[in-house]
Design a protein around this ligand. Structure first.
Ligand code: ADP
Length: 260
């Protein structure tokens, strides 16, 4: 429990710091990108314009990273409400299919009906996208990604082993891949902000830290089960709510996934 509390506090202060820096840096980057665009436009196909295109490319990548940082810092307003997890999975399925590419197939197995969970729909989508992107990165040669949902009764006898969870009903979301898997030392650090095994410029190390922050804030927990060479299963438990799920806000647009 203490580990969990320390982790959450560290996440919060890191989030504030990262969010502040990311916000200011992003404004500067916007100016840099703007001027690089002028050079590209004015220079037609001159060598200078081609160089400026490189600035644009790297700058856009930098901008994507700062957006991930901002998402991690949870600067956006969050609106928790009763949600049907299955509908959220349905809604992002198309976007997930696009972000994982054609060499990976996505299958879902949704338990119906499920009680609702109280969470922010955009954040829950972010969780699914982050996990799908990790699964994709773990399966460069292709494979299977599956998402399934279910209901779990966490009894008194289990709460000791479940990181201080209150006993009760939980909605389970499981995201499994047939990828590289993770050795013990990677599992142990995977939720740490900025921990990544990906080449520099490709991973931010914020994907799982963001997932952790969102799920814990919603009163739930996340587990990693992974076997090197076999695959990884990420299990999320969110407290079941008695409230009826509210329909998703039709004007809300899901954030496109980052590439990192
Ligand atoms: P990033 O994806 O930017 O590296 P994450 O926090 O999402 O940051 O992940 C941290 C690390 O955990 C990854 O670099 C990778 O080593 C490992 N990891 C996460 N998800 C998976 C997965 N599905 N399969 C294998 N390794 C994973």
């Amino acid at each position: 429990d203490e580990v969990r509390q320390q982790r959450t506090q560290r996440l919060e202060s890191l989030g504030q710091l990262a969010g502040g820096v990311a916000h200011d840096f992003n404004n500067l980057l916007a100016v840099i990108l703007n001027y690089a665009e002028f050079i590209v436009e004015d220079g037609a196909d001159t060598p200078m314009a081609l160089d400026a295109e490189q600035i644009l490319r790297a700058g856009r990548r930098g901008s994507e990273l700062t957006h991930q940082l901002l998402a991690f810092a949870r600067r956006e307003v969050i609106r928790p409400k009763p949600l049907d997890v299955n509908r959220v999975v349905d809604e992002v399925q198309q976007m997930l299919t696009r972000s994982i590419g054609e060499h990976i197939d996505l299958a879902t197995d949704l338990a119906e009906p499920l009680p609702s969970v109280v969470a922010d729909a955009g954040q829950l989508e972010q969780v699914l996208v982050n996990l799908a992107v990790n699964a994709r990165d773990a399966m460069p040669a292709g494979g299977h990604l599956s998402i399934d949902t279910g209901l779990v009764d966490v009894g008194e006898e289990h709460t000791a082993t479940r990181e201080g969870l209150q006993p009760g009903l939980y909605v389970r979301i499981r995201v499994s891949d047939t990828g590289t898997g993770m050795p013990r030392e990677v599992i142990d650090q995977a939720f740490e902000p900025f921990f990544t095994t990906k080449p520099s410029g490709e991973g931010t190390g914020l994907g799982l830290a963001t997932v952790y922050g969102i799920v814990v804030q919603a009163g739930g927990t996340v587990y990693i089960y992974s076997e090197p060479g076999v695959g990884t299963t990420i299990t999320i438990l969110l407290p079941a709510s008695d409230a009826d799920p509210r329909p998703a806000d039709p004007t809300r647009v899901a954030r496109p996934p980052g590439r990192g």
